[in-house]
Design a protein around this ligand. Sequence first.
Ligand SMILES: [Ca+2]
Ligand SMILES: [Ca+2]
Length: 231
Amino acid sequence: MGLRTLGLVAALALVAFAAGSTATPRASAVNTVLSMDSITISPGGGVTLDVNAEGIPFPGLGAWSIGIVYDPAVLTALSCVEGVAPSACNVSFSANRVQITGASAEGHLFDAVLASITFACDVPGTSDLLIIVDDFADATEGGPVPINIKLENGRIACSPPSLEPPQQDLVGDADCNGAVNSRDALLVLQFEAGLIDSVPCMDLADVNEDGRIDSIDAGLIKQIDAGLLSV
Ligand SMILES: [Ca+2]
Ligand SMILES: [Ca+2]
C-alpha cells in the first residue's frame, strides 16, 4: 500500500470517526476484543498477564464488570493491579475467580489494559483463563449501551521445563561446547602456561587421565580433532 493510499485510508477513518461521534449512540459492531494471553511457565513460577480491551469504539468504555475464571487446583491468583482508572480488581472475589469492575464518565477509547493479574503455578497442569463478561457498556450519557465484544480467553500451562538429553561427556572437550577441536587444545596450553586459571571442563581436559592438564593432553586433543585418535 502506497503512502498516498495510506493517507486516504487515514482520512476516511477520520471522517468515519467524526461521523460516528455525531451519530446517535447505538450498540456497535466494531471489532472490540477482550483478551488474555496464553503462556507456559514452570510449576512454582509466576506470571503477570494483562486483561486487554482493544478497539473500543466511540463513545468509549464506560462501565465494565468482568470475571476471570481459572482452575484453583493449578493456579493461585496472587495479586491484581487495576488498569485504566477508576476501577477495582479483587483476586479474592471467589475461589476461582478474579473480578474487575470499573466505571468512567468520559469513556475509554481504543485500547485499554483493564487489569494486570499475577498468577502462581502451584502444580503441573493447565488452566484456562475464561473471561466472563457481566457488563461491558459504553459511556453514553444517561444510558450505557452494551459494546459488542469478541472474547479471546487465555491459558496458563504449568509444565516442567523440557528435560534436555544429558550431554555426553566428550574427552578432550576442555571448553564444554560439545566438540573436540583445536580450541580445546589451545585452552589446555594456555592453562599449562598459567595464562588462565582454569578451563571450563577440567576433567575432560585431562585426556590421558594422569591428573595433569598439559601439553600432552593438548597433543592428544589435536589427534582426536584430526581423527587420528578416538577415545
Ligand atoms: Ca570443545
Ligand atoms: Ca593429562
